[in-house]
Design a protein around this ligand. Structure first.
Ligand code: G3H
Length: 255
């Protein structure tokens, strides 16, 4: 029975890799929409995938969210290489401390016996404030480090869910949804074809930088995120996606 199950998952991985046209897809059994253990399993697989990529001098960028919090939680304790730095890939504080990218960066760094730097910039500031923040030396330093990242591990969200979570105005939410936004990742909102619809006003990774990073790992599961995952998968071929059976089956169904 177990072997049968494993075969099923590897067939699903192959089918999804061909469909989404990204280099690597790893799928854990279950649907994280209704089972927290599935989220934990994705965290385990993602943390192991990340460990394998870390080299001496690596700069690892991380984002926030529940999924990424599980990645940090499941990361086994132990140093992989010297001079490793973990940074948040983007500002944005949100309400819950545990799921902020700063907390996740710090936790991952501690697990890896690595260094970390924090980025204290809220989400949704106005342009004038943002330009002022961009001149703060600590912020400038992180922005340069973000451009030098060699690994990015990020969560993928639904545009509607993330826009509400980030407390955008009703007008703004309607506007981005009307423009076809289905996905959010690292503060950027995308339509199903992966075309950027809007970027939240904060500091952090640009789309241009995203395209240039050596290793990018997207982590997201649950049937509800099917379209969001499809949109993000279309951003670049050289990407690893870690997802679950629920999302994978739904994507195959709607594609
Ligand atoms: O940017 C998208 C979020 O990281 C997704 O958050 O893992 O809490 O669903 P979540």
């Amino acid at each position: 029975k177990i072997m049968h199950r494993i075969k099923g998952i590897s067939n699903l991985e192959e089918a999804l890799t061909n469909l989404l046209k990204v280099d690597k897809i790893l799928i854990v059994p279950g649907n994280s929409d209704d089972n927290n253990l599935t989220l934990k399993d994705m965290g385990k697989v993602a943390s192991m995938t990340l460990r394998k990529l870390i080299k001496e001098g690596s700069i690892i960028g991380v984002t926030g969210g529940t999924t990424m919090a599980h990645v940090a939680e499941e990361m086994p304790l132990g140093k992989v290489a010297n001079d490793v730095l973990v940074i948040p890939a983007r500002g944005g504080l949100g309400k819950e401390v545990e799921t902020q990218s700063n907390s996740i960066a710090a936790k991952l760094a501690k697990k890896l016996d690595a260094n970390y730097k924090l980025l204290h910039v809220p989400d949704n500031v106005d342009k004038v404030t943002l330009n002022a923040i961009l001149n703060v030396p600590d912020v400038k330093e992180i922005i340069e480090l973000i451009r030098d990242m060699d690994i990015l591990i990020f969560g993928i969200g639904r545009a509607d869910v993330m826009a509400k979570r980030r407390q955008l105005s009703k007008e703004k939410i309607d506007d981005i949804i009307n423009k076809g936004a289905v996905a959010e990742a690292f503060g950027h909102y995308f339509n199903i074809e992966g075309k950027e619809v809007w970027e939240s006003l904060t500091v952090g990774i640009s789309l241009d930088t995203f395209q240039k990073i050596d290793n990018v790992i997207g982590v997201a599961g649950g049937e509800e995120k099917a379209e969001a995952i499809m949109a993000i998968a279309s951003l670049r071929k050289n990407m690893t996606i870690i997802t679950d059976e629920g999302a994978a089956k739904k994507i195959i169904k709607i594609a």
